[in-house]
Design a protein around this ligand. Structure first.
Ligand SMILES: C[S@@+](CC[C@H](N)C(=O)[O-])C[C@H]1O[C@@H](n2cnc3c(N)ncnc32)[C@H](O)[C@@H]1O
Length: 223
């Protein structure tokens, strides 16, 4: 039976007061942290498959057990859809749902490392999905949220159409603000009803009655 999940609680009652300052800092600097061996190996594997595939690239960053990666491969039939997750445990479960369809690949890696290596190699995306990223709702964890992370400039440089889904509307509001600070058009995030859930977390949150919010933006269309 599916467990009920708790709503996101945060002492923040709106966008973080330091958001603008943190985003501005990250937009003007680039991470030079060493890339761990497991992310480097995953990148080499991705490049091998991408070069052989020859089509556009779609990322499903933080893909968990890869349910969405399978579904996205059907939605982007001409692309290589790569699910990335840093959890050994979750990636090990991917095979339990059967072989991945052609055009789908799941790799264990830190998403931010793969983003940086793709940007360094000049590779751009057709689409990028961030489906229920960890919300990091404590104000002190602001810089772990993707839009306030040091990797945000790489995420933007990858281009493509971006889709974020979350059960914490503040996360999506902050994300839209960060996009606008970077000069990218972003509509206000909108609540939506998932017909056929794309991910296990989406299914769980929906079944528990959480409001789900979606943000879409075209990262190739700067203002
Ligand atoms: C809340 S879960 C959502 C999983 C899946 N997208 C879903 O909706 O069912 C967040 C996922 O992001 C992964 N994750 C967190 N930080 C990551 C990072 N820096 N790089 C790659 N994966 C990460 C976690 O391991 C976890 O599987």
């Amino acid at each position: 039976m599916m467990k009920n999940s708790r709503q996101v609680h945060s002492s923040q009652d709106g966008p973080h007061p330091s958001l603008e300052r943190v985003v501005a800092r990250h937009l003007s600097s680039h991470s030079r942290r060493p890339i761990p061996a497991f992310s480097r190996e995953a990148y080499d594997a991705l490049r091998g498959v991408l070069d052989a595939h020859g089509g556009p690239l779609v990322l499903d960053s933080g893909c968990g057990i890869g349910m969405s990666t399978r579904r996205l491969a059907a939605m982007h039939p001409l692309a290589l859809v790569v699910g990335l997750d840093q959890s050994d445990h979750r990636v090990a479960k991917v095979a339990a749902s059967g072989p991945l369809p052609p055009g789908a690949l799941v790799l264990r890696a830190q998403a931010q490392d793969i983003w940086r290596l793709l940007v360094e190699d000049g590779i751009r995306l057709e689409a990028h999905y961030l489906l229920y990223p960890n919300p990091w709702p404590k104000p002190g964890h602001l810089q772990r949220r993707w839009h306030a992370h040091e990797a945000f400039s790489d995420l933007l440089a990858l281009g493509g159409t971006l889709e974020l889904r979350t059960n914490w509307s503040t996360y999506a509001e902050e994300f839209a603000m960060a996009l606008r600070l970077a000069g990218i058009e972003a509509d206000d995030p909108t609540p939506f009803e998932p017909g056929d859930p794309l991910t296990p977390f989406e299914a769980k949150y929906h079944a528990t009655g959480h409001t789900l919010v979606r943000l879409r933006a075209d990262l190739d269309a700067a203002r």
